[in-house]
Design a protein around this ligand. Sequence first.
Ligand SMILES: [Zn+2]
Length: 477
Amino acid sequence: MDEPFGVGRLLRHFLFILLKRSHRPMIKTMKHPITSGFILTSILFLSLSASADPITLRRGASVAPLKTSAQAENSAPDISSSLAEKASVATEAGERKKQLNQAQPGHKQDVIGKGDTLAIVLARAGAPANHAADAFAAVTKIFNPKDLRPGQQVSVQLTPAEDGEGVILQSFALKASVERDVAVMRQPNGTYKVEDKLKPLTTEVSRASGTIDSSLFVSGTSAGIPVDVMMELIKIFSYDVDFQRDIQPGDGFEVVFEQKLTPDRKLARNGRLLYAAMNLSGTNLKLFRFEGDDGFVDFYTPKGESVRKALLKTPIDGAKLTSGFGMRQHPILGFSLMHKGVDFGAPTGTPIQAAGDGTIKVYGGNGAYGNYAQVQHNGQYATAYAHMSRFAPGLRVGSRVRQGQIIGYVGTTGRSTGPHLHYEVLAGGSQINPLSVKLPSGRKLEGKDLRDFMVAVKSLEQKRDGLPQPIQVASAR
Ligand SMILES: [Zn+2]
């Protein structure tokens, strides 16, 4: 794998696999990073706007706007308002009165629909607007209305008002997730109190495996592997596997991962991926999750070698190489000069990733290099990043960084003709060609870490076959 793993790249890959299956003519466009990025953004955007917007009230919905009781009293119609507005206010007041009169006491079950807000749901159940507003204020202390999703269940309890006129909102409960209920109760003094009911979760380790017929992703999800687990599998194998070329029909895969279950054994969420294996044209690749003594978590081969390479060749996602290493006519100085790094063209603000684990040695303005960072990876290798528009917050000389961590953003500071990353790899203090350097392998577990790892591997190998199938997401909550 020559290119580094990046979330953007991974998502594009993921999308590519999906599209490859159903829309063959789109393959060409998907290969272009900018186009695919755009399509991805559009899809994300569309899916966002399709979800329930909890704040906007639906236009035309017969719902009294939420007001606190104090506001409701003060909201006399503006004298200067037009006749049309007056008419609408009058209608609204009429509607509200009608609603109050019509609301029947009792227990009402409802399900959040597309475009619903808590206000809409409470009004639909017949809760008086001022009660709904107070209850809403209470619920938002612990629940973000943006987390409202179609399909969530709501129950509303209305009781007769003491004066016999209309009803009181006694309580309402929202099933926020499989593991969480949010309940609001009316107190004797007329205020509303919110309660967060979290169910205790247990962790269960499960196993799924399958054979690839068309794409890894489709075969994986039909074998019951959740999307987030599939994404992680692709991510950890992306250092060694070219997913567009190396995968053949008949190849196999297997994952062992955790699931968090409620007491009634419903899936709350998926936990950590513990093990993943791929059988590619007869070659078996196995990766085990392991947390070292220093707290770093990574995936390792059965011999205890990290899947990550020590250095990424391209410390920036989706950028194109604009100038290679070697002698060239300098664009600003005009004469031939040794170009001691490689340039990647990318828009200002594009995140730059640390090419490997290491410690920041230089971090600041550095003459013609502009804003410059240098990371020392081990006794021999260091990498440098120049012309950055800005540095990453929280980092300074001496900070430890992990491979892939953002250390700054593309810019054009120093002697530069336009936004790009000038990237150098230094071996023993002098620049070498990052594209031809034989990359050293990543970290290897040693000593106690290696012994602990071997014990963990053995234990997982022993129980693997007996592990249960994953629990699937319940279709109705
Ligand atoms: Zn350069």
